[in-house]
Write a protein that binds this ligand. Sequence first.
Ligand SMILES: O=C(O)CCC(=O)C(=O)O
Ligand SMILES: [Fe+2]
Length: 334
Amino acid sequence: MNLESYPPVFRQQNTENPQSTDLECINLDNCTIKEEIQEFGPVPVIDLQSLNLDNLEEACRNWGLIRLVNHGIPLTLLTQLQEQSKKIFSFSFESKQSIISNPLSYFWGTPALTPSGTALEKAPKNMNWVEGFNVPLSQISQFQAGDPTLESFRLLLEEYGRHLTRIATTVFEAMVKKLNLNPEQLKPYLSESSGLIRVYRYPPCSIADETLGMEAHTDSSVLSILNQDQGEGLELLKDDKWLHIDPIPSTLILNLGDMMQAISNDEYKSVTHRVKTNKDTERFSICYFVFPGEGSVIQSSRYKPFTYSDFQAQVQQDIKTIGCKIGLDRFKLT
Ligand SMILES: O=C(O)CCC(=O)C(=O)O
Ligand SMILES: [Fe+2]
């Protein structure tokens, strides 16, 4: 294990006596309240080459999370992205701090970031056993990567970003067809230029049963699209039980976020999910998020009119003051 590469809070030399006992990294509530089950009834699979609108609608209403196949992203690109990200995470902590620079940002311990990409000052209640970097796609061409590995990763991310924009637009347009909403009004709700990518590594944790890589949350996005490596850990809360979302090579996981729930007047649900840690192995994932256009006001029968910036500001304030995200409930019409 390459301890130098981990942020100091994640360096556990002695698994018998983990340093983390005096850290607030243990999220016992989230870990133990729900019974765990294996992935049984299959997560709905959506074939992007022959999109079936009825199946997609049903998946959005009943699951909020789907497995995408035939998405058109070459397997070589997915594999190269994973390989390069592993290489970058293996750099020393200090070098990651210096080379992952504006407009990218490097963070650890929390996925809650300010709009400029730095970790929020008051982290969530619990330490999240994760490090990552944030990549705003619209600014990625301005990134001056001094390091050759980072430069080749930047080029891969640009190509990947183009695929994700295509996929998100296709799926969003198909999803909203089944909602009784005015298509013109919906257009600004998905802004291609808002796309961002988070690249994550979840270090091993000696007390993996009690420590979350990412605590239970819903995404604030319209849609999120996840490319996970072969490490297990992603779980979805469904019917009050945690369901493992096992990695399957060359497939992607797409989940709905809070903005989609609001746009659809709660007909489609933003799903609660979390990431467990593993005792001996690292896990890697790359997640894409897309949001409504800046200034576009979300009109919904269930919520007060709000923009994504209003929502984001509220989430940030809640995390700073009470340590967690309240989310859509803050905007609900009473
Ligand atoms: O790493 C993962 O599998 C999930 C990440 C996630 O849920 C998020 O970034 O919101
Ligand atoms: Fe998430």
